[in-house]
Design a protein around this ligand. Structure first.
Ligand code: KG4
Ligand code: ZN
Length: 349
């Protein structure tokens, strides 16, 4: 089975061809970073127009680079939400047109399910597993029991982890996009110089909170001479911030691991996904937490953690294999929680 995937829910126009034997035949990503940089954030209107300008060419490129023809495809998968609705509409409409013209089944993929199933593409892991999904818009921990079968243990009560990285990077003037810039700065910083809070640490449950941490960084800057962070201050604050996020994630994920191991006795696997999972320090701290709880740690390669279309094509393959596809009337959804998803029909009454 060979599927074309399309991802347009944020600021990357991405297309990919993936086969059911877990081969990524092509994986094309066009980042809009330069278009959004002057605004230090993603402008939805600019994003939608840019997706529209490039989607045609990127679909052709994915086919060319994979060396496949329309006739080789068994399905088409596109992100149908959640995300910036203008962009989602561009990708989904393109997918519908292709499905109609070439008589292919269509799968409207939940972007979060794309992240959630990526470790099955990269590492071929089995269900069930515990998933920490940390991206720009989402921060949640879930038991993944099957395709469409996600049970939420907890999530952020305010900002997502990636959002906190982005806002803190802006505050420290580290550049855009914030997450990778902050990680680079932190590499040269002294994480022990500023004592930042670790929200929720030690509390029961699996919820997260990051907005207090971001505010603490702002206060720390205000307390510096002239109320400004020097380049030295900025890298030290970046390191302290990254360390605090890693500690909070590990603590909350640790509670989730305990619960998961009770529900699914006998080891188990802890998987981290989403853009923040590209962060090397966070991966290392989470790997330690997993081994302390007797769980195997897994994380897709960084390029498959940040947004891409290979994960969308793969989620399409997982669904098509179960006989799940969507009608041409499928609506794009700006909001679409993972635990509202449907999997195989026998899973739910
Ligand atoms: O999964 P993703 O590409 O898009 C969403 O679905 O949100 O995640 C993007 C988020 C951004 O907030 C970005 O700053 C963060 O992931 N991110 C990172 C790193 N790379 C991306 N955060 C920390 N360290 C990184 N290396
Ligand atoms: Zn994402």
């Amino acid at each position: 089975m060979i599927v074309l995937g399309i991802e347009t829910s944020c600021d990357e126009t991405a297309t990919a061809i993936v086969s059911a034997d877990r081969r990524i035949l092509s994986n094309v990503i066009l980042s809009q970073i330069e278009e959004h940089r002057p605004y230090e954030g993603v402008v939805p209107e600019i994003a939608a127009r840019s997706h529209l300008d490039h989607i045609d060419g990127l679909v052709t490129r994915a086919l060319d680079e994979a060396g496949v023809d329309w006739g080789d495809l068994d399905g088409i998968a596109a992100t149908a939400g959640p995300g910036l609705i203008g962009g989602v509409l561009v990708g989904l409409t393109m997918a519908k047109a292709i499905a109609m013209v070439h008589g292919l089944p269509l799968v409207g993929v939940n972007h979060l399910e794309g992240h959630a199933l990526t470790a099955r593409l990269s590492d071929g892991i089995d269900f069930p597993y515990l998933l920490l999904l940390v991206s720009g818009g989402h921060c949640q921990v879930l038991a993944v029991e099957g395709v469409g079968r996600y049970r939420r243990y907890g999530g952020t009560v305010d900002d997502a982890a990636g959002e906190a990285f982005d806002k803190t990077a802006t505050l420290l003037r580290l550049g855009y996009p914030g997450g990778p810039a902050l990680e680079r700065a932190a590499a040269d910083g002294d994480a022990s110089r500023f004592a930042l809070p670790r929200p929720m640490l030690g509390r029961p449950g699996c919820d997260f909170s990051f907005s207090g941490l971001k505010t603490a960084v702002r206060h720390a800057v205000a307390a510096l001479p002239d109320g400004k962070a020097s380049p030295r201050d900025a890298v030290d604050l970046a390191a302290s911030f990254q360390e605090a996020v890693a500690a909070v994630l590990a603590d909350r994920a640790g509670n989730a691991m305990r619960r998961f191991r009770e529900e699914f006795p006998g080891g188990g696997r802890f998987v981290v996904a989403g853009g923040v999972a590209a962060n090397r320090r966070i991966r290392a701290v989470l790997a330690d937490a997993a081994s302390a709880h007797g769980m195997t740690f897994g994380a897709p390669p960084p390029a498959l953690c940040t947004d891409n279309a290979a994960m969308i094509a793969w989620a399409g393959i997982e669904r098509l294999r179960l006989g799940l596809s969507d009608g041409i009337d499928l609506a794009a959804r700006p909001r679409w929680p993972l635990d509202e998803l449907r999997g195989t029909s026998e899973d739910r009454p």
